[in-house]
Design a protein around this ligand. Structure first.
Ligand code: B12
Ligand code: SF4
Length: 427
């Protein structure tokens, strides 16, 4: 039995906006060169006797003449259009197809218009049923567990599938799955459940130790939640990392409200265990007009810096509470907070979320071309701005921040924030 996994391509920021290339040429995250953890995790959960092959469409076109027993495509929304074309191509040649990942979970019906089958949520615990159905010629429709499993899969993800690629030399590490909050824009509770399930500390440390990279991204926001059980779990992981002496650099996403709940002692522990950067997402659940002037955001940023942790600002533009004044506000904030690295993203309602349903009801979804749902395009009607106006502000801000930063200086900032080695592509 052979399963051939395919990772579909998606439009990178600089492909969507080639006019920015000259001004933000040294900016690497604009090309999103970070390997996915989805397919490596799904492959690791397969029975040991199943042969796995892999193709990344971001590097080369798909070869439709390969003849595996099953084609498995893993994707989130910006990749869905490519994923559908891949499924159509293999099905036309009589090869069974199965989808998995965030988009198939949140938009299962849409996915099943192109795929024979789709996994909604986690795949661990489902493969035996899927493969039995495949052998019997009846693999079809939606596959899902009744409940998310209480224990997370413990087989190490097969990250080596992405080796030999042009990806940044950095990995994604999961410490938990699920989230107890229900932010209207977010897919996480819908995909992984509304209870945080924490990975055993020893497994997380072993995963970090086994990484072929010097740095990694902690994928789960619960790592910074103030809930006592989350804080105890995070503290135990940080202490174990320090005791293990792995000396790898990590970075993690945070929202302003999380920073307010992180005290100086915890910041010091984060730093000691290898945290070099917080990826601070602003403008997601509150408008930028509210978050940026808030003195507590600035105070906590200073505390983060004082602990020796860099801050990369990710500004989400287009919240219903924002208007054209956000352009000046963002620039003022970047200057005042002395941000070294900045990312601009256009707010995007993802299918399956409460936000998408509400906008659809209000007639504000402009189209459902998923390839444009990559946070580099306006796919909804903003409340206080024209769609073109929002797009123009987004492009202006990229230019304003990066125009005068040389590629060499960008590399210096990258190394400071992500650690040495991140830019050493294997090819
Ligand atoms: C790491 C990460 C990144 C990394 C790496 C991305 C990558 N190439 O994988 C970087 C920083 C590059 C990134 C970029 C972006 N990201 Co991102 N990212 C994440 C993050 C934090 C973790 C994802 C992850 O690794 N999960 C762990 C894996 C194991 O889970 P999984 O993929 O679901 O896989 C399981 C199952 O789904 C299944 N499965 C997966 N594949 C397959 C395949 C088959 C065949 C089968 C059967 C099963 C299966 O098996 C796995 C184990 O059970 C999530 C938030 C989160 N906490 O999930 C956001 C998230 C995925 N990102 C998101 C977005 C929007 C983006 C950006 C567009 C944002 C931007 N600023 O422009 C960009 C570009 C998108 C892109 N296509 O890369 C959204 C996606 C929303 C959506 N509906 O698509 C998320 C959910 C954040 C959020 N809360 O909204 N991201
Ligand atoms: S945005 Fe963060 S806190 Fe909100 S539901 Fe998603 S994972 Fe949870």
């Amino acid at each position: 039995m052979r399963v051939h996994f395919v990772f579909p391509r998606w439009q990178k920021l600089l492909e969507d906006h080639p006019e920015l290339r000259a001004e933000v040429s040294g900016y690497d995250i604009g090309s999103f060169r970070m390997a996915s953890l989805g397919i490596p995790s799904a492959a690791a959960a397969l029975p040991a006797d199943v042969e796995v092959t892999f193709h990344d469409e971001n590097l080369a076109p798909v070869d439709f003449d390969v003849r595996p027993d099953l084609v498995g495509v893993g994707f989130f929304t910006p990749q869905a259009r490519s994923a559908y074309a891949i499924a159509d191509g293999f099905r036309a040649r009589g090869v069974p197809t199965i989808a998995g990942g965030i988009h198939p979970t949140m938009a299962t019906e849409d996915t099943l218009r192109h795929f024979d089958a789709a996994v909604a949520g986690e795949v661990e615990g489902l493969w035996d049923r899927i493969l039995d159905d495949l052998r019997a010629g009846r693999m079809k429709g939606r596959y899902a567990l009744d409940e998310p499993p209480p224990r997370l899969g413990s087989t190490p993800a097969r990250r080596e599938l992405f080796d030999g690629s042009r990806y940044l030399r950095t990995g994604v590490v999961q410490v938990a799955r699920g989230c107890a909050y229900r932010c209207p824009h977010c897919v996480v509770p819908g995909c992984y459940g509304r209870v945080v399930r924490r990975r055993p500390v020893g497994e997380v440390v072993a995963d970090v130790r086994a990484l072929a990279y010097q740095s990694y991204y902690i994928a789960d926001e619960s790592f910074l939640f103030a809930d006592p059980a989350d804080r105890a779990h995070a503290t135990a992981i940080l202490e174990a990392l320090i005791a293990d002496g792995t000396r790898r650099v990590f970075y993690i996403a945070a929202y302003p409200w999380m920073l307010r709940e992180v005290d100086d002692a915890f910041l010091a522990l984060l730093r000691k265990a290898g945290c070099r950067q917080l990826y601070l997402v602003l403008g997601l659940d509150s408008p930028l007009s509210k978050e940026l002037p808030d003195p507590s955001t600035r105070d906590r940023l200073e505390a983060v810096r004082a602990a020796g942790i860099e801050v990369m600002g990710s500004f989400l533009l287009g919240h219903d509470g924002d208007d054209a004044s956000m352009k000046g506000r963002v620039l003022d904030f970047c200057a005042a907070a002395k941000l070294n690295l900045v990312e601009l993203a256009i707010s995007t309602p993802f299918p399956g979320t409460a936000e998408f349903a509400a906008m659809k009801k209000q007639g504000r979804i402009l189209h459902e071309d998923w390839s444009k749902y990559n946070c580099a395009n306006v796919v909804f009607q903003p409340k206080n701005l024209g769609a073109d106006e929002l797009a123009a502000i987004y492009l202006d801000l990229w230019r304003a921040f990066y125009r005068d930063v040389s590629p060499l200086e960008m590399k210096r900032r990258y190394v400071r924030a992500f650690g040495r080695g991140i830019l050493d592509s294997k090819l």
